[in-house]
Design a protein around this ligand. Structure first.
Ligand SMILES: [Zn+2]
Length: 72
């Protein structure tokens, strides 16, 4: 059993034991790359403009849109 706890690297809120890479200021939670999604996109977030999670979500959406446009 791994009892090592690194306070500088918290684990993912959904995957205990997996190191988190992102932090959600709105929900005060840490997430890993796999969980990179806004917990509640419809809820107003005062940190959104600076939110790395939201930024990546937007990038993903843009990529999808561009993919679609490229096919048409
Ligand atoms: Zn996770």
């Amino acid at each position: 059993m791994n009892t090592y706890v690194d306070t500088a690297m918290p684990s993912c809120a959904r995957h205990p034991g997996r190191p988190a890479t992102q932090y959600c200021q709105k929900s005060d939670r840490h997430f890993c790359d796999e969980c990179l999604a806004c917990a509640n996109p419809k809820l107003y977030c005062p940190h959104r403009t600076a939110c790395i999670i939201w930024f990546f979500e937007r990038e993903k959406r843009r990529e999808k849109r561009e993919e679609k446009q490229a096919r048409n």
